[in-house]
Design a protein around this ligand. Sequence first.
Ligand code: DGL
Length: 258
Amino acid sequence: MADKNSPIGFFDSGVGGISVLKEAVRIMPYEDFIFFGDSKNAPYGTKPREEIRALTFKNVEFLMDMGIKGIVIACNTATSAAVKDLRIMYPDFPIVGIEPAIKPAVTECPGGNILVMATPMTIKQEKFQLLLDKFKEEADIVPMACPGLMEFVERGELDSEELNKYLEQVLFMPDNECYDGIVLGCTHYPFVLDAIKRIVGDKSKFFDGAYGTSAEIKRRIEAAGLDQADKDRKGSISFISSDNRADRIDLMNMLYKR
Ligand code: DGL
């Protein structure tokens, strides 16, 4: 049975969710965290929905068996495909998913043009379409599927010619126009933010769900009375990857420290 001293679990299809974990550690430095990345099976974003769901259910169970007191599905793709059913499967357990930060983008850039970068699967899901419908009158929202982009981060390739070429294609706008807002709707993308900024310049505002998601798991853990009692302690972070590669753990530590 999980208690106040139990760790908080984080799950992603790979290393991207570390962008969310960093924010959670910043606001709850006293908690212990276990981060599990399914890099062996990544990417999820180009897989069929049923396969994403099966992998997500299995990996969430793996983390739950480790005695966690709450879980963040730090993957927009897995959240959109599976979070609804996870909540039905574990009704009393704090489960927090992540979704593209369209709401904050529309709030900050009303009437503007907003690019939403995400995996093909996230964009195809009903959950995403409902989110778009909700805000489509308030701004010009352009969804952009980015197959292949998360793979750069999985390789630790955060600054390269190939990456620049990829991003130039995705972010191209005619006549020197620019986006008012860019939503990083996949947890891997904040790690290539510098490369994106080099292409779009400094006029666009950027949005991701890391803070909102971390604040929500904090609130849920506290509401369940499961927050660590000793707020002065320094918590620990354990990284686990499904591909069992030592260099993967090095990459996870490198991304965490960035
Ligand atoms: N990090 C993931 C997300 O937030 C998915 C990347 C993938 O596995 O395609 O959507």
